[in-house]
Design a protein around this ligand. Structure first.
Ligand code: TXA
Ligand code: MG
Length: 352
């Protein structure tokens, strides 16, 4: 049985945080909200507890975890010789949805980093996450609290769907804020390399650092082949159980034309006997009359699209229907994170 405790996401009750920290200290697992998605936490300095995370998620053992810290001191405990550039960045962005990859210190167990000599670290911008780290007094190792390969959880219900009965405790702090996982930046390379786009836009990172960041194909969700610097990128992710087709074009300024293309494709599927669900935006949803449509939000405000994305994937999966047809978005700002997730969730990408 998984115990569920409702917690105030803005002013988390000290008593509850203390109780949750006790569960972590005893070597057990606690799922908790962050500003991005729910995390599945273990005491970051306890190898046995960390191994339980891999088991509960069904996560491949070569895919390392992020350490969550709540102070500069704790950050410096887990990394070795961080370059000055890192401080420019984290002083502006933390607490917040940015993870940096650096050389690890001796203190970090190999179980956390899956044997790598680097470690991924972030200081989350969520009162429950920060409070929990503070009560534990140690970094919390936490991947997203979903079964491996499934969409990341943005509320407590998603966590229970995937991990109910597999973990000790779930802190239910309501919906998460951003809805996509943190930006992951490898700072062991010069220039830094984007490993996973997220809420902190790569354009903003470049502005802060005053240099260009390398954006490999896999960070766009395009290629899994070749040497994967971030072990997580080689696995298919965020996948609904149904097949999903993503429809891309080169220019999204004429949405009427784009919706016509998507509609035409969906109708072709219908004529081949398939029942279709369309993942649409506010601006285009009305074009798809007669179809089951899951609406993500307005293209005018892609933060709302990001926030609803994983829930929409889970909803589309639960609806009756054979195939999901998903609209695509411009790769600007958080749009790059949305496209990375959509491409990695798709079984097929069609470009018009
Ligand atoms: O927003 C987030 O980052 C959420 C919340 C819970 O903090 N966490 C999260 O963790 O998304 P996870 O494990 O689902 O994704 C972590 C990603 C994986 O792709 C992993 O391969 C990569 O970070 N990663 C972790 N350590 C790494 C390292 N040392 N070098 C390269 N990539 C690393
Ligand atoms: Mg994950």
């Amino acid at each position: 049985m998984t115990r569920v405790m409702k917690i105030d996401p803005i002013n988390p009750e000290k008593k509850l945080l203390r109780e949750a920290a006790k569960v972590l200290r005893e070597g057990n697992l606690v799922a908790f909200p962050t500003e991005t998605v729910y995390g599945l936490g273990a005491d970051g300095y306890n190898p046995k507890a960390v191994l339980k995370v891999f088991k509960a998620k069904g996560r491949p053992s070569d895919n390392p975890l992020i350490l969550h810290v709540n102070s500069l001191r704790m950050f410096e405990d887990v990394v070795k010789d961080p370059p000055n550039l890192v401080y420019d960045l984290i002083s502006k962005v933390w607490p917040g949805p940015l993870t940096v990859v650096l050389r690890k210190s001796e203190k970090v167990p190999h179980e956390v980093t899956a044997g790598l000599n680097t470690v991924a670290v972030r200081c989350p911008g969520h009162p429950v996450a920060l409070g929990l780290i503070e009560e534990l007094g140690k970094p919390i190792a936490a991947p997203s609290a979903n079964l491996s390969g499934r969409p990341s959880p943005t509320n407590a219900k998603h966590v229970l769907q995937d991990l109910g009965g597999r973990i000790e405790l779930l802190l239910d702090g309501g919906e998460t804020f951003f809805g996509v996982e943190s930006t992951v930046l490898d700072m062991t390379t010069d220039p830094p390399t984007l490993l996973r786009p997220g809420p902190i836009a790569v354009e903003d990172i470049e502005k802060i650092l005053g240099i260009r960041v390398t954006i490999p194909e896999f960070a766009r969700g395009l290629s899994y082949a070749g040497e994967a610097r971030s072990p997580g990128v080689k696995y298919r992710h965020y996948s609904p159980k149904k097949p999903m087709v993503l429809i891309e074009i080169s220019d999204y300024s004429d949405l009427r034309r784009y919706a016509d293309i998507v509609l035409g494709f969906a109708k072709k599927l219908v004529s081949s006997g398939k029942s279709v669900i369309i993942l649409a935006s506010d601006e285009t949803a009305a074009y798809y009359e007669g179809f089951r449509v899951v609406v993500l939000g307005p293209r005018m405000n892609i933060y709302r699209i990001a926030k609803n994305l994983f829930n929409a994937l889970r909803i589309a999966d639960a609806l009756p229907g054979d195939v999901i047809v998903a609209e695509a978005y411009e790769e600007i700002g958080v749009g790059l994170a949305i496209m990375n997730r959509l491409r990695k969730a798709s079984s097929e990408i069609i470009r018009f």
